[in-house]
Design a binder for this molecule. Structure first.
Ligand code: ATP
Ligand code: MG
Length: 368
């Protein structure tokens, strides 16, 4: 999957932009605050209709403007024009100028794997952030996953509310609770299985990629779930034994809403032991794994965005990462330093020089 052309209107600090991209490598360079992340963010918004930044959606609109438009021509098997229109109240998406009613029908069309420095939260942050990142990874490949996850969360809320009611009313019979519990476990087991399979797939690539980047062996992700190796009956039994505790807390203690994962390097948790660079490289290896999993599933590579990839990495790791880039994958790299470009000698690529929301230079490099 490749993006050939991108048009922006009033997006962040771009009033108007029309730019074509190289089918394999695009290097976006410029000073801090020039608009590099904004540009790759626009590609992300084109695909997913939302940003990867935590900022409010309306900040995507150029200050002072009332709406923004992101349009892109994507080539997969066919050439397709995608459009995202956003004003302060509403969002509208179109494919080849036809309005698409359901966002989920639109989002499933364009696949993107993104690395952003905030992704280090996948290692550093809380279990809930790790679950969120994992959910994003899996639901990009499987929309049913998102549907079932939403269902799980809805039933979980109902169960928790009912537990609280039982406490207040000194309610003893559990027949309605049992129905909710059973439904919850059905949805939970589906999510558990998808998470497990996905992480197993990641693990089939991760160690090799991490070794290629860092020369270190033995990286793996371990998945921790209260459902681990349990049948439905065993989970129901465990929940039955935990009922008293649930009633005391007024919430459900066993379930996939408590899942977590860890990146272990030779058995040691990178969160506790890893250096900043080791963590960053682990996330990068995870992203490269995602590319391969997408390819396995869909037959083509997603668009690959690497924002601020190079900060904090030594020259050797940078070289190793660049060596992993395949010309089959359309890749976008942002950087403040052109010096890094000496590393691209074996690639065909396009340089895009950004200054203050404008492209002030574009050139195709032929490499060697
Ligand atoms: N809605 C908006 N309207 C106008 N300008 C905006 C808007 N949102 C962000 N900006 C501006 O965009 C700039 C930031 O752009 P961006 O994050 O793309 O920088 P960058 O080139 O990636 O910088 P760095 O190298 O520091 O990561 C800032 O100057 C910010 O004020
Ligand atoms: Mg940036």
């Amino acid at each position: 999957m490749k993006i050939e052309l991108l048009k922006l209107l009033n997006f962040r600090n771009y009033q108007q932009l029309e730019i074509s991209f190289h089918p394999s490598l695009n290097v976006i360079y410029g000073k801090n605050g020039s608009g590099k992340t904004n540009l790759v963010e626009a590609i992300y918004v084109l695909g997913l209709t939302r940003s990867f930044r935590l900022s409010q959606e309306k900040t995507l609109i150029l200050d002072g403007a009332i709406s923004t438009k992101v349009e892109g021509v994507i080539r997969n098997r066919y050439k397709t024009t995608y459009t995202v229109l956003l004003n302060k109240e509403a969002k509208k998406v179109m494919i080849n100028d036809n309005k698409v009613g359901k966002l989920s029908d639109y989002i499933s069309k364009i696949t993107i794997v993104l690395f952003h420095p905030d992704d280090l939260r996948f290692i550093k942050d809380t279990p809930s952030t790790r679950r969120k990142n994992l959910n994003i990874s899996i639901s990009e490949m499987n929309l049913d996953y998102l549907r079932v996850l939403n269902l799980y969360n809805k039933i979980l809320k109902q169960r928790n509310a009912y537990l609280k009611q039982m406490i207040i009313n000194h309610h003893e019979t559990t027949s309605y609770l049992d129905i909710l519990t059973s439904k919850l476990v059905d949805a939970g087991l589906y999510i558990y299985q998808k998470r497990k399979t996905f992480l197993e797939k990641v693990n089939s690539y991760l160690a090799r990629l991490y070794f290629q980047i860092t020369g270190l062996e033995g990286l793996e992700i371990v998945y921790r779930s209260s459902y681990e190796k349990k049948s439905k009956e065993e989970i129901l039994q465990a929940m039955q034994s935990g009922l008293e505790k649930d009633l005391m807390l007024g919430k459900t203690s066993i379930g996939i809403h408590g899942d977590d994962l860890a990146f272990l390097l030779k058995g040691k948790d990178l969160k506790e032991y890893g250096s900043e660079g080791q963590k960053k490289n682990a996330i990068i290896a995870y992203k490269f794994s995602e590319l391969e999993i997408f390819k396995e599933k869909t037959g083509y590579y997603p668009i690959f965005i690497l924002d601020d990839l190079f900060s904090e990495l030594d020259q050797e790791k940078v070289q190793n990462i660049l060596r992993l880039l395949s010309s089959d994958v359309q890749t976008f790299i942002t950087t403040t330093s052109l010096g890094i470009l000496s590393s691209f000698e074996n690639h065909l690529y396009k340089q895009i020089h950004i200054e203050d929301g404008h492209v002030i230079g574009e050139s195709e490099e032929n490499g060697k």
